[in-house]
Design a protein around this ligand. Structure first.
Ligand code: ATP
Length: 353
Protein backbone atom coordinates (compact mmCIF):
# COMPACT_ATOMS: atom_id res chain seq x y z
CA UNK A 1 0.00 0.00 0.00
CA UNK A 2 1.49 3.35 -0.94
CA UNK A 3 1.32 6.28 1.42
CA UNK A 4 -2.09 7.88 1.59
CA UNK A 5 -3.88 4.72 0.46
CA UNK A 6 -6.31 3.29 2.96
CA UNK A 7 -7.54 -0.29 2.96
CA UNK A 8 -10.99 1.08 2.19
CA UNK A 9 -11.91 4.67 1.60
CA UNK A 10 -15.46 5.93 1.26
CA UNK A 11 -15.70 9.41 -0.19
CA UNK A 12 -18.94 11.37 0.10
CA UNK A 13 -20.99 8.21 -0.37
CA UNK A 14 -24.73 8.43 -0.99
CA UNK A 15 -27.00 5.41 -1.31
CA UNK A 16 -30.55 6.36 -2.23
CA UNK A 17 -33.20 3.71 -2.80
CA UNK A 18 -36.22 4.42 -4.98
CA UNK A 19 -39.56 2.86 -4.22
CA UNK A 20 -43.07 3.38 -5.59
CA UNK A 21 -45.03 5.43 -3.07
CA UNK A 22 -48.38 3.72 -3.66
CA UNK A 23 -50.26 1.38 -5.99
CA UNK A 24 -51.81 4.20 -8.04
CA UNK A 25 -48.94 6.59 -7.74
CA UNK A 26 -46.27 7.13 -10.36
CA UNK A 27 -44.33 9.18 -7.90
CA UNK A 28 -41.14 7.62 -6.63
CA UNK A 29 -40.18 7.93 -3.00
CA UNK A 30 -36.50 8.11 -2.30
CA UNK A 31 -35.04 6.69 0.90
CA UNK A 32 -31.73 8.37 1.63
CA UNK A 33 -30.25 5.35 3.40
CA UNK A 34 -26.75 6.84 3.31
CA UNK A 35 -26.30 10.52 2.60
CA UNK A 36 -22.85 11.99 2.16
CA UNK A 37 -20.63 9.78 4.33
CA UNK A 38 -16.83 9.77 4.14
CA UNK A 39 -14.84 7.20 6.09
CA UNK A 40 -11.37 5.69 5.82
CA UNK A 41 -10.54 2.25 7.15
CA UNK A 42 -6.90 1.50 7.84
CA UNK A 43 -4.82 -1.64 8.17
CA UNK A 44 -5.81 -3.63 11.33
CA UNK A 45 -8.44 -1.06 12.14
CA UNK A 46 -11.59 -1.67 14.18
CA UNK A 47 -14.51 0.66 13.50
CA UNK A 48 -18.01 0.20 14.89
CA UNK A 49 -21.08 1.88 13.41
CA UNK A 50 -23.94 2.44 15.83
CA UNK A 51 -27.38 4.01 15.61
CA UNK A 52 -31.08 3.22 15.69
CA UNK A 53 -32.70 0.73 13.34
CA UNK A 54 -32.97 2.09 9.80
CA UNK A 55 -30.26 4.76 10.13
CA UNK A 56 -28.22 3.20 7.31
CA UNK A 57 -25.55 1.16 9.14
CA UNK A 58 -25.97 -2.00 7.07
CA UNK A 59 -26.21 -0.08 3.82
CA UNK A 60 -23.01 1.81 4.62
CA UNK A 61 -21.29 -1.44 5.67
CA UNK A 62 -22.29 -3.18 2.45
CA UNK A 63 -21.06 -0.19 0.48
CA UNK A 64 -17.71 -0.44 2.28
CA UNK A 65 -17.27 -4.07 1.22
CA UNK A 66 -18.40 -3.44 -2.36
CA UNK A 67 -21.71 -5.31 -2.30
CA UNK A 68 -23.85 -2.16 -2.49
CA UNK A 69 -23.24 0.30 -5.31
CA UNK A 70 -23.35 3.92 -4.17
CA UNK A 71 -25.70 6.22 -6.09
CA UNK A 72 -23.13 9.01 -5.65
CA UNK A 73 -19.60 9.24 -4.29
CA UNK A 74 -16.91 6.60 -4.49
CA UNK A 75 -15.35 3.71 -2.65
CA UNK A 76 -11.77 2.65 -3.13
CA UNK A 77 -9.88 -0.46 -2.03
CA UNK A 78 -6.17 0.33 -1.61
CA UNK A 79 -6.64 3.24 -4.00
CA UNK A 80 -8.53 1.24 -6.65
CA UNK A 81 -12.08 2.42 -7.32
CA UNK A 82 -14.17 -0.66 -6.52
CA UNK A 83 -16.95 -0.05 -9.04
CA UNK A 84 -14.54 0.86 -11.84
CA UNK A 85 -12.89 -2.50 -11.16
CA UNK A 86 -16.27 -4.19 -11.22
CA UNK A 87 -17.26 -2.47 -14.48
CA UNK A 88 -13.75 -2.91 -15.97
CA UNK A 89 -13.82 0.82 -16.56
CA UNK A 90 -10.48 2.61 -17.19
CA UNK A 91 -7.12 1.34 -15.91
CA UNK A 92 -7.93 -1.34 -13.36
CA UNK A 93 -4.93 -2.11 -11.19
CA UNK A 94 -6.66 -4.46 -8.78
CA UNK A 95 -9.16 -6.87 -10.35
CA UNK A 96 -12.63 -7.02 -8.82
CA UNK A 97 -12.21 -10.70 -8.00
CA UNK A 98 -9.32 -9.84 -5.66
CA UNK A 99 -11.27 -7.00 -4.09
CA UNK A 100 -14.27 -9.27 -3.41
CA UNK A 101 -12.05 -11.77 -1.62
CA UNK A 102 -10.38 -9.04 0.41
CA UNK A 103 -13.70 -7.70 1.69
CA UNK A 104 -15.76 -10.28 3.58
CA UNK A 105 -18.94 -10.32 5.67
CA UNK A 106 -20.39 -12.22 8.60
CA UNK A 107 -24.11 -11.83 9.09
CA UNK A 108 -26.34 -11.80 12.14
CA UNK A 109 -27.73 -15.19 11.11
CA UNK A 110 -24.81 -17.36 9.98
CA UNK A 111 -27.31 -20.18 9.35
CA UNK A 112 -28.56 -18.23 6.36
CA UNK A 113 -25.10 -17.98 4.83
CA UNK A 114 -23.97 -21.60 5.47
CA UNK A 115 -25.23 -24.21 3.03
CA UNK A 116 -27.56 -26.49 5.09
CA UNK A 117 -26.67 -29.48 2.89
CA UNK A 118 -22.90 -29.23 3.27
CA UNK A 119 -20.75 -30.26 6.19
CA UNK A 120 -18.60 -27.77 8.08
CA UNK A 121 -15.55 -29.35 6.44
CA UNK A 122 -16.97 -28.82 2.97
CA UNK A 123 -17.93 -25.20 3.67
CA UNK A 124 -14.48 -24.42 5.03
CA UNK A 125 -12.62 -26.15 2.19
CA UNK A 126 -14.17 -23.73 -0.33
CA UNK A 127 -12.19 -20.62 0.71
CA UNK A 128 -8.98 -22.68 0.96
CA UNK A 129 -9.43 -23.93 -2.61
CA UNK A 130 -9.67 -20.30 -3.73
CA UNK A 131 -6.84 -18.85 -1.68
CA UNK A 132 -4.50 -21.85 -1.68
CA UNK A 133 -5.15 -23.70 -4.93
CA UNK A 134 -1.85 -25.62 -4.60
CA UNK A 135 -2.65 -27.06 -1.19
CA UNK A 136 -3.56 -30.75 -1.36
CA UNK A 137 -6.75 -32.17 0.14
CA UNK A 138 -4.97 -33.64 3.17
CA UNK A 139 -3.38 -30.31 4.11
CA UNK A 140 -6.67 -28.47 3.59
CA UNK A 141 -8.42 -30.84 5.96
CA UNK A 142 -5.60 -30.37 8.50
CA UNK A 143 -5.92 -26.60 8.17
CA UNK A 144 -9.68 -26.76 8.76
CA UNK A 145 -9.18 -28.95 11.84
CA UNK A 146 -6.54 -26.57 13.15
CA UNK A 147 -8.91 -23.61 12.77
CA UNK A 148 -11.79 -25.44 14.46
CA UNK A 149 -9.52 -26.20 17.42
CA UNK A 150 -8.33 -22.61 17.42
CA UNK A 151 -11.91 -21.38 17.97
CA UNK A 152 -12.57 -23.99 20.64
CA UNK A 153 -14.60 -26.47 18.55
CA UNK A 154 -13.11 -29.70 19.91
CA UNK A 155 -12.68 -32.41 18.82
CA UNK A 156 -12.36 -30.82 15.37
CA UNK A 157 -12.89 -34.12 13.50
CA UNK A 158 -16.35 -34.30 15.05
CA UNK A 159 -17.31 -30.71 14.25
CA UNK A 160 -15.91 -30.94 10.72
CA UNK A 161 -18.42 -33.65 9.84
CA UNK A 162 -21.47 -31.86 11.23
CA UNK A 163 -24.12 -30.02 9.22
CA UNK A 164 -25.11 -26.45 10.19
CA UNK A 165 -28.31 -27.60 11.92
CA UNK A 166 -26.17 -29.76 14.23
CA UNK A 167 -24.39 -26.67 15.57
CA UNK A 168 -25.47 -24.10 18.15
CA UNK A 169 -25.87 -20.44 17.12
CA UNK A 170 -22.48 -19.57 18.63
CA UNK A 171 -20.78 -22.50 16.85
CA UNK A 172 -22.33 -21.53 13.51
CA UNK A 173 -21.07 -17.99 14.01
CA UNK A 174 -17.55 -19.36 14.66
CA UNK A 175 -17.68 -21.37 11.44
CA UNK A 176 -18.80 -18.25 9.55
CA UNK A 177 -15.88 -16.34 11.08
CA UNK A 178 -13.37 -19.06 10.09
CA UNK A 179 -14.78 -19.12 6.59
CA UNK A 180 -14.39 -15.35 6.24
CA UNK A 181 -10.84 -15.44 7.69
CA UNK A 182 -9.71 -18.26 5.40
CA UNK A 183 -10.27 -15.89 2.47
CA UNK A 184 -7.35 -13.85 3.89
CA UNK A 185 -9.46 -10.70 4.00
CA UNK A 186 -8.30 -7.16 4.66
CA UNK A 187 -11.69 -6.16 6.03
CA UNK A 188 -14.57 -8.11 7.55
CA UNK A 189 -17.98 -6.50 7.89
CA UNK A 190 -19.53 -7.99 11.03
CA UNK A 191 -23.17 -7.03 10.57
CA UNK A 192 -24.91 -7.51 13.94
CA UNK A 193 -22.72 -10.63 14.10
CA UNK A 194 -23.07 -11.06 17.85
CA UNK A 195 -26.58 -9.65 18.38
CA UNK A 196 -28.37 -12.99 18.31
CA UNK A 197 -26.04 -14.59 20.88
CA UNK A 198 -26.64 -14.40 24.61
CA UNK A 199 -24.51 -12.02 26.58
CA UNK A 200 -21.62 -14.29 27.68
CA UNK A 201 -21.32 -15.83 24.21
CA UNK A 202 -21.31 -12.33 22.71
CA UNK A 203 -18.26 -11.36 24.72
CA UNK A 204 -16.52 -14.66 23.82
CA UNK A 205 -17.22 -14.10 20.14
CA UNK A 206 -15.97 -10.51 20.19
CA UNK A 207 -12.84 -11.61 22.08
CA UNK A 208 -12.23 -14.37 19.56
CA UNK A 209 -12.60 -11.99 16.63
CA UNK A 210 -10.02 -9.67 18.13
CA UNK A 211 -7.61 -12.52 19.00
CA UNK A 212 -7.74 -13.75 15.41
CA UNK A 213 -7.33 -10.23 14.07
CA UNK A 214 -3.56 -10.23 14.71
CA UNK A 215 -3.04 -13.68 13.27
CA UNK A 216 -4.96 -12.85 10.09
CA UNK A 217 -4.02 -9.20 9.80
CA UNK A 218 -7.51 -7.99 9.10
CA UNK A 219 -9.66 -4.97 9.92
CA UNK A 220 -13.23 -5.12 11.18
CA UNK A 221 -16.20 -2.93 10.51
CA UNK A 222 -18.77 -3.75 13.19
CA UNK A 223 -22.38 -2.80 12.68
CA UNK A 224 -24.43 -2.80 15.84
CA UNK A 225 -27.53 -1.15 17.22
CA UNK A 226 -26.07 -1.89 20.66
CA UNK A 227 -23.66 0.77 21.92
CA UNK A 228 -22.44 -1.49 24.75
CA UNK A 229 -21.22 -4.17 22.31
CA UNK A 230 -19.74 -1.57 20.00
CA UNK A 231 -17.87 0.11 22.83
CA UNK A 232 -16.64 -3.22 24.21
CA UNK A 233 -15.10 -4.30 20.94
CA UNK A 234 -13.67 -0.92 19.97
CA UNK A 235 -12.46 -0.33 23.54
CA UNK A 236 -10.49 -3.57 23.54
CA UNK A 237 -9.04 -2.89 20.11
CA UNK A 238 -8.40 0.81 20.65
CA UNK A 239 -10.67 1.45 17.67
CA UNK A 240 -13.15 4.07 16.59
CA UNK A 241 -16.86 4.44 16.95
CA UNK A 242 -19.08 6.06 14.34
CA UNK A 243 -22.58 7.24 15.20
CA UNK A 244 -25.16 7.30 12.41
CA UNK A 245 -28.43 9.16 12.32
CA UNK A 246 -30.84 9.11 9.35
CA UNK A 247 -28.18 8.25 6.78
CA UNK A 248 -25.50 10.57 8.13
CA UNK A 249 -22.38 9.95 10.20
CA UNK A 250 -22.95 12.53 12.93
CA UNK A 251 -19.92 11.73 15.09
CA UNK A 252 -16.84 9.57 14.74
CA UNK A 253 -13.73 9.31 16.84
CA UNK A 254 -11.53 7.14 19.05
CA UNK A 255 -13.68 5.14 21.43
CA UNK A 256 -12.40 6.80 24.62
CA UNK A 257 -13.09 10.26 23.33
CA UNK A 258 -16.55 9.49 22.03
CA UNK A 259 -17.62 7.71 25.21
CA UNK A 260 -15.92 10.04 27.69
CA UNK A 261 -16.51 13.25 25.81
CA UNK A 262 -19.45 12.78 23.43
CA UNK A 263 -19.98 15.90 21.36
CA UNK A 264 -23.17 15.24 19.43
CA UNK A 265 -26.46 15.42 21.37
CA UNK A 266 -27.55 12.22 19.61
CA UNK A 267 -24.46 10.34 20.87
CA UNK A 268 -25.43 11.49 24.37
CA UNK A 269 -28.90 10.04 23.85
CA UNK A 270 -27.44 6.68 22.79
CA UNK A 271 -25.27 6.70 25.90
CA UNK A 272 -28.23 7.56 28.08
CA UNK A 273 -29.94 4.45 26.67
CA UNK A 274 -26.92 2.20 27.43
CA UNK A 275 -27.08 1.77 31.21
CA UNK A 276 -23.63 0.19 31.66
CA UNK A 277 -22.03 3.18 29.92
CA UNK A 278 -24.01 5.70 31.87
CA UNK A 279 -23.67 5.39 35.65
CA UNK A 280 -26.02 8.38 36.10
CA UNK A 281 -28.85 6.64 34.25
CA UNK A 282 -30.83 5.96 37.42
CA UNK A 283 -30.79 9.63 38.29
CA UNK A 284 -31.92 10.56 34.78
CA UNK A 285 -34.99 8.46 34.17
CA UNK A 286 -36.42 10.89 31.61
CA UNK A 287 -35.35 10.40 28.00
CA UNK A 288 -33.35 13.42 26.90
CA UNK A 289 -35.11 13.36 23.51
CA UNK A 290 -37.74 16.02 22.72
CA UNK A 291 -39.59 13.47 20.56
CA UNK A 292 -39.35 9.68 20.51
CA UNK A 293 -40.43 9.07 16.90
CA UNK A 294 -37.75 8.78 14.25
CA UNK A 295 -38.58 10.95 11.21
CA UNK A 296 -39.47 9.23 7.92
CA UNK A 297 -36.20 8.54 6.05
CA UNK A 298 -38.05 9.37 2.80
CA UNK A 299 -38.55 12.89 4.06
CA UNK A 300 -35.80 13.72 6.55
CA UNK A 301 -35.92 17.10 8.31
CA UNK A 302 -34.21 20.09 6.69
CA UNK A 303 -31.17 21.57 8.39
CA UNK A 304 -29.72 19.28 11.02
CA UNK A 305 -31.67 16.01 10.69
CA UNK A 306 -31.71 15.56 14.43
CA UNK A 307 -33.19 18.98 15.22
CA UNK A 308 -36.76 17.67 15.54
CA UNK A 309 -35.72 15.44 18.48
CA UNK A 310 -32.66 17.21 19.81
CA UNK A 311 -32.82 18.52 23.39
CA UNK A 312 -30.25 21.20 22.50
CA UNK A 313 -31.81 22.38 19.23
CA UNK A 314 -32.05 26.07 18.44
CA UNK A 315 -33.74 27.96 15.58
CA UNK A 316 -30.56 27.97 13.49
CA UNK A 317 -30.53 24.13 13.46
CA UNK A 318 -33.61 24.21 11.17
CA UNK A 319 -31.61 25.95 8.44
CA UNK A 320 -28.27 24.66 7.15
CA UNK A 321 -27.07 21.12 7.83
CA UNK A 322 -24.01 21.45 10.08
CA UNK A 323 -20.69 20.54 8.48
CA UNK A 324 -18.37 18.22 10.35
CA UNK A 325 -16.03 19.91 12.74
CA UNK A 326 -12.75 18.23 13.54
CA UNK A 327 -10.65 18.39 16.71
CA UNK A 328 -7.03 19.47 16.65
CA UNK A 329 -5.77 15.96 15.99
CA UNK A 330 -8.30 15.65 13.16
CA UNK A 331 -9.64 12.34 14.39
CA UNK A 332 -12.79 13.23 16.31
CA UNK A 333 -15.42 14.61 13.92
CA UNK A 334 -18.83 15.87 14.89
CA UNK A 335 -21.67 17.32 12.82
CA UNK A 336 -23.12 19.82 15.29
CA UNK A 337 -22.94 23.60 15.63
CA UNK A 338 -22.28 23.19 19.33
CA UNK A 339 -18.77 22.00 18.46
CA UNK A 340 -17.99 25.49 17.10
CA UNK A 341 -17.38 27.99 19.92
CA UNK A 342 -18.19 31.14 17.97
CA UNK A 343 -21.09 29.83 15.89
CA UNK A 344 -24.27 31.90 15.68
CA UNK A 345 -25.99 28.84 17.26
CA UNK A 346 -25.04 30.20 20.67
CA UNK A 347 -27.07 33.41 20.05
CA UNK A 348 -29.97 31.61 18.37
CA UNK A 349 -33.27 31.17 20.30
CA UNK A 350 -34.07 27.73 21.70
CA UNK A 351 -36.45 25.63 19.62
CA UNK A 352 -39.86 25.20 21.20
CA UNK A 353 -42.35 22.61 19.91
N1 ATP B 1 -32.85 -2.54 -0.85
C1 ATP B 1 -33.54 -1.56 -0.28
N2 ATP B 1 -34.56 -0.95 -0.93
C2 ATP B 1 -35.26 0.07 -0.37
N3 ATP B 1 -34.98 0.58 0.84
C3 ATP B 1 -33.97 0.02 1.53
C4 ATP B 1 -33.19 -1.07 1.01
N4 ATP B 1 -32.26 -1.41 1.95
C5 ATP B 1 -32.43 -0.58 2.99
N5 ATP B 1 -33.46 0.27 2.74
C6 ATP B 1 -33.93 1.34 3.65
O1 ATP B 1 -32.79 2.16 3.92
C7 ATP B 1 -32.81 2.60 5.28
C8 ATP B 1 -31.53 2.15 5.96
O2 ATP B 1 -31.55 0.74 6.09
P1 ATP B 1 -30.35 -0.09 6.77
O3 ATP B 1 -30.74 -1.53 6.78
O4 ATP B 1 -29.08 0.28 6.12
O5 ATP B 1 -30.37 0.49 8.25
P2 ATP B 1 -29.76 -0.13 9.58
O6 ATP B 1 -29.30 1.02 10.39
O7 ATP B 1 -28.78 -1.18 9.24
O8 ATP B 1 -31.05 -0.75 10.25
P3 ATP B 1 -31.27 -2.17 10.97
O9 ATP B 1 -30.45 -2.13 12.23
O10 ATP B 1 -32.74 -2.21 11.21
O11 ATP B 1 -30.79 -3.18 9.95
C9 ATP B 1 -34.08 2.02 5.90
O12 ATP B 1 -35.10 3.00 5.82
C10 ATP B 1 -34.39 0.84 4.99
O13 ATP B 1 -35.78 0.57 4.97
Amino acid sequence: MTEGEHVVSLDDVHVHFESESGIFSREKDVVKAVDGVSLDIEENDVVALVGESGCGKTTLGKTAIGTQRPTEGSIAYRGQDVWEARDKDGDVEIPFERIRRALQIIHQDPGASLNPNKTVLHSLMVPLKLTKPDMDAFDRRERVHEMLSRVGMEPPEDYANRYPHQLSGGERQRVALIRALLMNPDLILADEAVSALDVSLRIDMMDLMLELQDQFDTSYLFVSHNLSNASYVTGKADGRIGVMYLGELVEIGPIDEVIENPQHPYTKVLMWAAPNLNPDAEEEPESPLRKIDIPDPRDPPEGCRFHTRCPEAREVCKEEPPGTDVDDAGNHRVACYRAIDDHEYWESPELVD
